[in-house]
Design a binder for this molecule. Structure first.
Ligand SMILES: Cc1cc2nc3c(=O)[nH]c(=O)nc-3n(C[C@H](O)[C@H](O)[C@H](O)COP(=O)(O)OP(=O)(O)OC[C@H]3O[C@@H](n4cnc5c(N)ncnc54)[C@H](O)[C@@H]3O)c2cc1C
Length: 374
């Protein structure tokens, strides 16, 4: 028996609904509130707080390491790969302007890519390094990457070669998501936690969203921003889940490492965090096993991460592992950019952000808001 107050202020009829309170879903809600201040907006999140990749990631404010960008150019074509870099760069700028560096814990520490001495990958990247910089001139108007092998000892690393990118940095993903949530709520969107969506149906005149609790929420239009979990709601999607495993060391006295680091086409990534090292990756070592929405870690990948810490990142240093966790990313089956498209006349999907979602989330959200609102 709903009261008049519940019905008018906490009702189940909205102009716009967003499923998923990750960086994509929350920015979609923010864009919608700003573009259509007269329309009501609701975000439905299954967890007790944002619970997907946006709060599990490594907090790299990055747009791609040299080997990863060259891989993307080779698989997607130069124009498509460069367009994505530009979107990520614009996204990073917008993200910092919208939420503010202090609120997201932004540190302008730069990005590096690490190569084993004279490895095949290094030789391949070194050959095309100048051409990659030249290709990026259209976006950055200057060389982005330089070799900085001489910095390896001062960072305490055991590596042959180091490429440097001064434009990247690190964020505190928890702070970022808290700041974003506060902004979204402050600008008038409702956010409901512990509200898993079980299914939805577009009736033509609106969308009925069935919650797992049995309740139904009605919205004129909806955006599905569930990234790695999209298959649960849209079985035919080409977005597959990809689990990423992470370890965090205990504090290391006199830690020299500072910055965000990539290795092997982005398959490994590590950074400093409050005197510790945060390291993730290794998904490619067991792709079938890591194509899952189950959280968890496996000895196979955890062992490789620890070996990387021992031999390359913290050679000769004592450390222990303080924390391990995993998060679920969403990848297009055949690679490529995120999907932002109509599923039905009133429902848009915005998902498949892959491994670099911090930068591009705000841009994907803008596209989704434009598409669903028109
Ligand atoms: C381990 C790891 C490290 C990463 N490191 C980086 C990095 O350093 N830099 C970078 O740029 N990117 C990184 N990424 C990728 C980045 O985190 C993602 O691309 C980005 O967070 C995706 O945001 P999203 O909002 O689309 O998805 P998510 O953050 O996953 O949000 C989806 C939301 O939908 C909710 N949801 C799912 N199903 C339902 C349902 N049925 N009903 C209601 N709610 C539902 C989920 O609980 C979740 O909160 C990393 C990812 C992982 C996993």
């Amino acid at each position: 028996m709903e009261s008049i107050w519940e019905q008018t202020s906490f009702g189940r009829n909205y102009d716009l609904a967003v499923v998923g309170a990750g960086i994509t879903g929350l920015f979609t809600a923010l864009h919608l509130r700003r573009k259509y201040p007269e329309r009501s907006v609701l975000v439905l999140e299954r967890g007790p707080h944002p619970s997907g990749a946006s709060v599990k990631n490594a907090g790299f404010a990055c747009f791609g390491s040299p080997s990863e960008l060259l891989h993307d150019i080779d698989t997607e074509g130069e124009a498509a790969a460069l367009h994505r870099v530009e979107e990520r760069w614009r996204g990073l700028t917008e993200l910092r302007e919208t939420l503010g560096d202090a609120a997201i814990g932004f540190e302008a520490v730069g990005g590096y890519e690490l190569f084993a001495k004279d490895s095949l990958l290094y030789t391949r990247v070194a050959k095309r390094f100048d051409a990659l910089n030249a290709a990026l001139h259209g976006i950055f108007k200057k060389n982005v990457f330089t070799w900085t092998d001489q910095r390896t000892p001062e960072l305490g690393l055991h590596a042959g070669h180091l490429a440097w990118n001064p434009l990247e940095g690190a964020v505190d993903s928890g702070m970022l998501m808290r700041a974003l949530l506060a902004k979204v709520q402050g600008e008038g969107a409702d956010v409901r936690f512990n509200a898993p969506v079980g299914s939805w149906e577009d009736h033509g005149t609106g969308v009925a969203i069935q919650l797992a609790s049995g309740a139904t929420v009605k919205a004129a239009r909806a955006v599905v921003a569930t990234n790695g979990y999209t298959r649960d709601l849209i079985p035919a999607t080409d977005i597959l889940p990809g689990r990423g495993q992470v370890v965090l060391t205990s504090p290391i006295p006199g830690l020299q490492l500072k910055g965000t680091f990539h290795k092997d086409e982005g398959f490994y990534y590590f950074r400093h965090y409050q005197g510790r090292v945060l390291l993730g990756g290794g998904r490619h070592l067991d792709k079938p096993g890591e194509t899952t929405t189950e959280e968890g870690t496996t000895p196979q990948i955890q062992n490789v991460l620890e070996e990387l810490l021992r031999n390359t990142i913290l050679p000769g240093r004592e450390f222990s592992i303080e924390k391990r966790w995993s998060g679920i990313m969403g990848f297009r089956k055949h690679g490529g950019p995120p999907v932002v498209e109509h599923l039905t006349p009133n429902v848009v999907v915005a998902a498949g952000l892959g491994g670099i979602g911090v930068a591009i989330g705000i841009r994907v959200a803008r596209q989704a808001a434009e598409l669903v609102g028109n």
